[in-house]
Design a protein around this ligand. Structure first.
Ligand SMILES: Cc1cc2nc3c(=O)[nH]c(=O)nc-3n(C[C@H](O)[C@H](O)[C@H](O)COP(=O)(O)OP(=O)(O)OC[C@H]3O[C@@H](n4cnc5c(N)ncnc54)[C@H](O)[C@@H]3O)c2cc1C
Length: 457
């Protein structure tokens, strides 16, 4: 029987006929076990199968394919990744950081190529990304960012400052102070991508065991509530849910981000908003927002982060949650025309934050254990690159990808409670103070702003 996922996300809700999965038989053994059927798990399986078609792969998924962040995110398939700037800021890692940057640009096209080639209709539109100057001083700040990118060798075609008139034609809120345009970004329907990949993998013989949480992982064995499976390799792709596995509570901090979607808007409303090419958009505020126009003309906006004591995970976040409602209010404040239309969906999802705030891909051929993740809130495209890297590491291929700086870049563990809770709530509070002060004074926050930047990495 078809099951409703309207409380999980608009993206999953809008896919017809997702059935309650059968509880599958556990195999006694498998060659490669992948834990988690989000984009990391699916891309890793995809490239492993592509490079070694005979490989026996079993994916263990606690809920259903795409139940995690991959089926709930803002749908920005972006040619950047969290923490990339830290490699560029340091002379000794700059060259490697630039290779990573270029590879992230390629990744946006790779996602488009594979989805098209495999017949996955994920509503991919490479319309680029707008960073809107909402306040007068943002314009200077954003222009400096574009100039910095050019000084590193990026071209005007890749990053461009748009004066208010030109910017306003793309998105009305930029008509006052301008915006930056980044070419390498696509808007997608993320649940269609992750579930489409799962279909492709099943057709290639990959076993995907839904409703089968792993409780413990060790070298050559995956333990579930229904028994154990022997595996030559065990690859973890559990991101914000990592704390659910024995012994891994402090590895990745689960942080919630909230999203809202409206009913489909008529053309005259879109004429007031813009985004004719399905550009995605955000602005420089610290408690980030991310928006897109869906293929069926809904306005989707996400933002804000929330952490619950003890890395607690809530399966779903209701649309009435105060943080979800705040995101809906930001949408209406930015575009008053939205007040005339219904917000049909509101949800939350878990991002995974490592202590050093940047992704990691790692594999130990002796134990056969590896993992990829730690994308913070920027993993839609990064999961593809991580999957390509992890598959090369697993198959012991000496490629350019395994020399990228994410490889073995493991962070130390997070602090114990209540420090974790105090720290994350504190950083959020500081970010809020800085944003509120800047909105009020229209000047950069000289105290809270730098404190936030320092603490959030
Ligand atoms: C609200 C929100 C908005 C975002 N917006 C964007 C965006 O616009 N652009 C962008 O680039 N990034 C965005 N991100 C981040 C991006 O979605 C993630 O980085 C990416 O989807 C991570 O994919 P993943 O496969 O590693 O993790 P997930 O998709 O979270 O998958 C992990 C899977 O593991 C399963 N699992 C967990 N524990 C177990 C277990 N013990 N046993 C078996 N299975 C288990 C879960 O059920 C889940 O399906 C957003 C994230 C959120 C939450």
């Amino acid at each position: 029987m078809a099951h409703s996922y309207s409380d999980v996300s608009f993206w999953l809700d809008s896919i017809d006929g997702i059935r309650e999965p059968d509880v599958p038989e556990l195999p006694a053994e498998t060659d490669t076990a992948i834990i988690g059927a989000g984009l990391t798990g699916m891309w890793t399986a995809y490239y492993l199968k592509q490079k070694d078609p005979g490989l026996d792969i079993t994916v263990f998924e606690a809920e259903i394919v795409g139940y995690g962040a991959s089926g709930r995110n803002g749908g920005w398939c972006m040619g950047e990744a969290y923490g990339l700037n830290t490699y560029l800021a340091n002379a000794s890692t700059r060259e490697a950081g630039m290779r990573l940057y270029r590879e992230m640009f390629n990744t946006v096209d790779e996602v488009g190529r594979v989805s098209q080639g495999e017949g996955i209709d994920c509503h991919y539109a490479k319309g680029g990304q707008l960073t809107v100057a909402q306040l007068p001083f943002h314009a200077e700040q954003i222009k400096q960012g574009v100039a910095y990118k050019h000084s590193l060798g990026f071209t005007e075609n890749e990053y461009r400052w748009l004066e208010p008139e030109e910017a306003g034609e793309r998105i009305s809120t930029a008509g006052k102070h301008g915006a930056a345009f980044a070419r390498h970004c696509a808007a997608i329907q993320p649940a269609r991508l992750v579930r489409g990949l799962a279909e492709v993998l099943r057709a290639k013989g990959v076993k995907i065991l839904e409703r089968t949480p792993a409780t413990k992982l060790a070298s050559r064995v995956v333990t579930t509530a229904r028994g154990s499976v022997r595996a030559r390799r065990v690859l973890r792709a559990t991101e914000g849910y990592t704390a659910s596995i024995a012994g891994l509570k402090r590895n990745i901090m689960p942080l919630y981000s909230m999203v809202t979607a409206t009913e489909p808007l008529p053309e005259d409303a879109w004429a007031e908003i813009g985004l004719a090419e399905r550009e995605v958009f955000g602005d420089p505020r610290r408690l980030v927002i991310y928006g897109q126009r869906t293929l069926d003309n809904r306005f989707v906006l996400g933002g804000r982060a929330n952490y619950y004591f003890g890395s607690r995970r809530r399966p779903t976040i209701p649309p009435t949650d105060a943080n979800v409602e705040r995101v809906a209010k930001i949408a209406r404040d930015l575009f008053p025309v939205l007040k005339d239309f219904q917000t049909t969906h509101g949800w939350g999802g878990l991002m995974g934050v490592p202590r050093h705030w940047r992704p990691c891909v790692t594999y130990d051929s002796t134990s056969g254990m590896g993992w990829a993740g730690g994308y913070v809130g920027e993993g839609v495209a990064a999961t593809n690159l991580a999957g390509r890297i992890l598959s090369d590491l697993v198959l012991d291929r000496e490629t350019e990808l395994v020399r990228l700086p994410w490889v073995n870049d493991e962070a130390r563990r997070w602090e114990i409670e209540p420090l974790r809770w105090i720290g994350s709530r504190g950083v959020r509070w500081i970010g809020y103070q800085a944003d509120a002060e800047e909105a009020r004074t229209e000047k950069p926050s000289v105290f809270w702003g730098p404190v936030f930047d320092k603490l959030s990495g």
